[in-house]
Write a protein that binds this ligand. Structure first.
Ligand code: GLU
Length: 305
């Protein structure tokens, strides 16, 4: 009897250890909230005696804080924890590494401000934020109002649908469907301006999570924006949501800064390059966006225009 019991216990132990191995093998599994397998975030060396001919940076040095525009409702990218109020995600790490290179302690000397997509240019242009770092696609139209360092990441437009959706398989299957997207965003513009091609009706909202809610509640058929953002929602709710199809645009992410501040743009580009070269970028990616199922790709070359 004792022997049989031991045998059963041993068998159970083997099953458990196999399960543990299987879990370990799926490191970074979307939805894994234990954090047990999550790689650690890097820490960033804070530069000293930074002296750059930039009025924006000088004002930040005087106030002792760098003000960074961020997203707050994009898990794994730019997300504000409702309990701690702390910001986290890949874009937040990009902000921290740049702040450190500009001489600001990332844990004490950054003030994050949540800035919605539609007001990013205004927030940068009127000095509400020193830098805007939040899934911010570089394009010529925006360059009329702000300058961009980067790109530091290449995303692409994609579609998020309910898990049981069978008809929507990609951008060529949204004809007559209702698709939610975000005011002031490039993916919304793409489907509204190319209505002949896509044929979708749009619902335009201000917050990403409001689109997700409408999708889950069945008020819209799909949500469209960058794949990196959508994969985060799918990873959070794998039983309810899935990302379909291939990406159908290029969304190079840049850091928005005051137009004409070439010295700051140069310094931010140098900062990005140095954190790519020293491995911080990869480490930060693996600990954040990499956890949502977005596969790592080499960052695009900086555009030092
Ligand atoms: N990357 C796109 C944009 O800059 C969509 C994401 C966003 O709204 O931040 O418009």
């Amino acid at each position: 009897m004792k022997l049989r019991k031991t045998g059963a216990a041993a068998a159970a132990a083997i099953v458990l250890s196999l399960a543990a191995t299987a879990c370990g093998g799926k490191e970074g599994d979307p939805g894994d909230e234990s954090g047990a397998d999550s790689p650690e975030l890097p820490t960033y060396a804070v530069a000293e005696n930074v002296d750059i001919d930039s009025s924006v940076l000088k004002a930040a040095q005087d106030r002792g804080k760098l003000v960074i525009g961020s997203k707050a409702d994009q898990p794994f990218l730019g997300f504000q924890d409702p309990r701690t109020k702390e910001y986290e995600g890949f874009d937040v790490e990009i902000a921290k590494m740049i702040a450190a290179s500009l001489g600001f302690d990332p844990e004490k000397e950054i003030e994050f401000k949540t800035i919605d997509s539609s007001i990013r240019e205004t927030a940068v242009a009127n000095g509400q934020v020193d830098l805007m770092i939040g899934t911010y696609t570089i394009n010529d139209e925006r360059k009329n109002q702000v300058d961009f360092a980067g790109p530091y990441y290449m995303a692409g437009q994609d579609l998020l649908v309910r898990k049981d959706e069978e008809e929507i398989k990609g951008p060529d299957t949204i004809q007559g469907k209702t698709v939610c997207s975000i005011k002031g965003s490039t993916p919304l513009r793409n489907i509204t301006e190319n209505k002949d091609r896509f044929g979708a009706d749009t619902v335009e909202l201000g917050k990403y999570t409001d689109c997700v809610k409408q999708l889950v509640d069945g008020q819209v058929d799909a949500m469209t924006t960058d794949d990196a953002i959508l994969k985060g929602y799918a990873a959070q709710r794998p039983d309810d949501l899935k990302v379909v199809g291939e990406t159908f645009s290029e969304e190079p992410y840049g850091i928005g800064l005051k137009k004409g501040d070439d010295a700051l743009r140069e310094a931010v580009n140098d900062a990005i390059q140095s954190h790519i070269d020293n491995g911080d970028y990869r480490k930060a990616y693996d600990a954040t966006l990499g956890q949502s199922g977005s596969e790592f790709t080499e960052p695009p070359a900086l555009d030092r225009y």
